[in-house]
Design a binder for this molecule. Structure first.
Ligand SMILES: [Zn+2]
Length: 194
């Protein structure tokens, strides 16, 4: 199997291990899957066989068959959608990634992760504003995402300002980060009296 670097949710043998939780079982499964044709894998995957789905995804990713992944995704398979976005992100194909998001075929999250992963926080924030304009129903998600990106990107001061203004998401994120770090991110403010 050709191993592509980067983060994958479904691609890769590690996920088959997750299914079986046992190296021997995984090996047996791997052999079974290798003996199946693509059509057979597709049929099994449709019946809900996760291992067959993973084997099929590996074939499509290794052969760079983005059109086939997109067709599966358009047919309602969110795993194929996620894999397509990860393929584009992992290979640095930003224009195609943007095209998927702009066409409403992929969620902005993949693109934001891609941009933040390259230290392009401002580009990610711009993209998020664009996304929110097109998807007002996702405004709450976008708000939490923006604060999280600011925190991860070293701009905690901006999150602190919103927490001080009473933003619950900002307060929650700062508290969670404080627990992870084992110290408060900001000085505790006195709680309001009774
Ligand atoms: Zn299996």
């Amino acid at each position: 199997m050709l191993v592509s670097p980067g983060h994958w949710t479904y691609y890769g043998a590690a996920h088959r291990f997750d299914v079986h939780g046992d190296a021997e079982e995984e090996l047996r499964c791997d052999r079974t899957m290798s003996g199946l044709t693509e059509d057979e894998l597709r049929a099994q995957a449709l019946l809900g066989d996760r291992c067959a789905f993973i084997a099929l995804i590996e074939i499509l990713v290794d052969q760079d068959r983005t059109d086939d992944l997109r067709a599966m995704a358009d047919g309602g398979d969110d795993r194929a959608r996620r894999t397509l976005m990860e393929l584009l992100a992992n290979q640095g194909r930003e224009a195609e990634l943007r095209a998927e998001v702009a066409a409403g075929r992929g969620h902005a999250e993949s693109l934001l992760t891609y941009l933040c992963g390259r230290g392009r926080l401002d580009d990610a924030l711009d993209e998020l504003i664009r996304w929110t304009d097109d998807h007002p129903e996702d405004a709450w998600w976008a708000h939490a995402q923006r604060l999280d990106m600011l925190l991860q990107g070293g701009r905690a001061d901006e999150v602190e300002r919103e927490a001080a203004a009473g933003d619950r998401v900002a307060i929650r994120l700062l508290r969670a980060l404080g627990e992870t770090l084992g110290r408060p991110v900001v000085a505790e403010r006195p709680s309001p009296g009774p």
